[in-house]
Design a protein around this ligand. Sequence first.
Ligand code: PA5
Length: 440
Amino acid sequence: MDKIQLDIKQVLGTVSQSDIDALKGAAADGFSKLINANGAGNDFLGWLRLPSETTESLLDDINASAALLRKECEAVVCIGIGGSYLGAKAVVSALGNSLGKDNGPELLFAGQNIGEDYLYELQQYLKGKRFGIIVISKSGTTTEPAIAFRILKEQLEAQVGRAEAGRLIVAITDAKRGALRTLADTEGYKTFVIADNVGGRFSVLTPVGLLPIAVAGYDIKALVAGAAAMEQCTLDGTDTMAMEYAMTRNALYRAGKKIEILVNYNPKLHFVGEWWKQLYGESEGKDGKGIFPAAVDNSTDLHSMGQWIQEGERIIFETVLSVEKPDHEVRIPSDKENLDGLNYLAGKRVDEVNKMAELGTRIAHVDGGVPNMRLIVPALTEQYLGQLIYFFEAACGISGYILGVNPFNQPGVEAYKRNMFALLEKPGYEEATKAIKARL
Ligand code: PA5
């Protein structure tokens, strides 16, 4: 199978190969902590061998649920936030039609914000439509998806009756714990389980990501096979790309490059950037440390962020997701008048122009003091996306250990929740409510 490739040559003006190699010991140590499950956060390593351990029967079961929703629904609303949202959104966007007009039910998302207008407009859109719901929450208690689910469940029941709604709702949650588990068991929903040892941001290859991806009509077996191929060569040491990426970004960080920008030249990859930001931000941003993960969609953002990247404070480096082959071909026509002066491009594919924008930008940025890594993805297919997901996950674990943090916890995420619950006067938060109100 062809593979995604990493090219780090264009960082070597900023850090040397020996700066990168100096981290080999720390990277090997991080890798060994993953393999031997003896590092911080070792109870959250379920993702490490997940692709190869995913059974055909689980994938068949997911495909069967997806087939039911595809057959019976005009739209399916996928409710979840963070790790229970971004992986599916990333893969579906990368594989889907840019205008969102794929075959099968329309896949909509909710519970990823608390926007009242968003929910109102979604409710209006779903009025009179036959829709299904996939509700995803590992903890089963997250406020944003819980609110969206309560509202949309009520709407669905009002539209089709409680029994029929129960057939069109699938819950993905913990095996035993949480309000969503209790609700699903009481209502008799079809459920899938999120294993205890897989954190939200590492859960795209569990039913959390796989069911929505299958509902959107994509081949989850190929996605998992791609990830399994990357798992095998990463864990048996025949592919050191994850180690190399982890070492290089840490060498750059130590050289003062505090921000990594994940760059794409294909708008379908916007949500891969969002997924990656959560994966690296939540894994590494702690203990007062961590590379800040940012993302841009080029060439769009070259017309907004390009100035800063070219000439702003030199604390950034870029990792460019470079897709070799687009799915479709569009050529630039010749024009007799040539009033726009574009005939020099006549007959060329749009992708040739895009590739030159990418190359020209890389040269300019490297010249301007922005080291570049390039991650080459042969095409946007399930197999390559599976490889990419596993590569980023494995590299993230190694990179977090090189940095000296626990890559698998997220204690900082609780701070806003405590304040929000105190302000909302949630039962159990009485003291916190008094304390926070005294500060206002
Ligand atoms: O990675 C994480 O832990 C978070 O992004 C969670 O996935 C997110 O908060 C949603 O949590 P839950 O699935 O428990 O509703």
